[in-house]
Design a binder for this molecule. Structure first.
Ligand SMILES: [Zn+2]
Ligand SMILES: [Zn+2]
Length: 347
């Protein structure tokens, strides 16, 4: 067993603080990763603050992990010491159910093992990437291609795949009109990816404050949702709307922006139920859907796509002692567009 440095939460109300976490011995099919960077996802904050149920404290969050392979078990075939690798939101799944067999481990019918706060097969609580090392079975490790820096690659492991998967599933590409609701951590990746896929991209944001950024990231159009004219002007426009907002929105207004056969996909997860009228769905054969991260194979595909198109997240790198401050800034939407922890500051 390894004991390594981390930044962990000990309760829902205390700030995160330096702590030690345990990692299992490197098993036959395990990879030991020296973590270089870990992104700060809004989910980390919800989780450690107990907003999604009581967390198993102490717990180190972090599921946007980028690092270098430091050791491999004797049966590992895909990775070698020195490889650039990543780990996202999952570290294991049953491997046998219909979802797992399709490579959609995120929808494992028996429930996958999340990177932090889950009970692992050995009974231990998983500990995330705000730490210097992690041990993961090779099936849940992905390769970070040369051509993406490790720091800007880290957020791709959650924000990147969460937006890439629905864009691919609902056919974002040339000739398709895609709207991205919200230009935050998820939204900025959705814009970059949809643009690289060849779609015509529109950002729908509260205000025009980030308009220049949005256009620089690849958006063709940018509208303020606080302006009621936006909804009149864009009615019936979009083949796909990716909603990254985790707050309550006027769903009817957004659904009216879909073209015939258009789909609105939620990747943001509001705590309260959303209400909407079915009539606008019926009259234009529209769909309302949800989507969670992506499978391991698709995550690799996304990383390869990003390398090909020279895409990474827009980041602000911080030292570990700034994590609590960064949380407050995330909550105040004061980040462009993802905080990434330099894990060398934890050593
Ligand atoms: Zn996340
Ligand atoms: Zn499964």
């Amino acid at each position: 067993m390894l004991t390594v440095n981390s930044y962990s939460a000990t309760s829902a109300t205390e700030p995160l603080a330096p702590a030690r976490v345990e990692r299992r011995d490197v098993g036959p099919r395990d990879v030991l990763i020296e973590i270089k960077y870990c992104g700060i996802c809004h989910s980390d904050i919800h989780f450690v603050r107990g907003e999604w149920g009581t967390a198993p404290y102490p717990v180190a969050p972090g599921h946007e992990i980028a690092g270098i392979v430091a050791a491999v078990g004797p049966e590992v075939t895909q990775y070698a010491v020195g490889d650039r690798v990543g780990v996202g939101c999952m570290v294991d799944s049953c491997g046998e159910c219909s979802s797992c067999r399709k490579g959609e481990e995120q929808y494992c019918l028996k429930g996958n093992t999340l990177t932090y706060g889950s009970t692992d097969k050995d009974g231990r609580i998983t500990q995330g990437g705000y730490s210097t090392h992690i041990v993961v079975t090779e099936d849940f490790v992905v390769r970070i291609p040369e051509g993406i820096e490790l720091d800007s690659a880290a957020p791709l492991l959650c924000a990147g795949i969460t937006t890439y998967s629905p864009l691919r599933r609902w056919g974002a590409g040339p000739g398709k009109k895609v709207a991205v609701v919200g230009l935050g951590g998820l939204g900025h990746m959705a814009v970059k990816l949809a643009h690289a896929l060849g779609a015509e991209v529109t950002v729908l944001s509260q205000s025009l404050k980030k308009r220049e950024d949005g256009l620089r990231l690849g958006a063709d159009h940018y509208y303020a949702t606080s302006d009621p004219e936006t909804f009149e002007q864009l009615a019936g426009s979009f083949d796909l709307i990716v909603n990254t907002i985790s707050a309550k929105i006027d769903l009817d207004a957004y659904l009216s922006l879909l073209a015939v056969d258009g789909t609105m996909v939620n990747v943001g997860a509001p705590a309260e139920p959303l209400a909407f009228n079915v009539f606008p769905l019926i009259m234009s054969r529209r769909s309302f859907a949800g989507s969670a991260i992506g499978g391991i194979r698709e995550t690799q595909e996304m990383l390869d796509f990003c390398a090909q198109h020279h895409l990474g997240a827009e980041i602000e790198v911080i030292s570990a002692d700034k994590i609590n401050e960064a949380y407050e800034r995330v909550l105040a939407s004061d980040v462009r567009y993802r905080f990434v922890i330099d894990i060398s500051t934890l050593a």
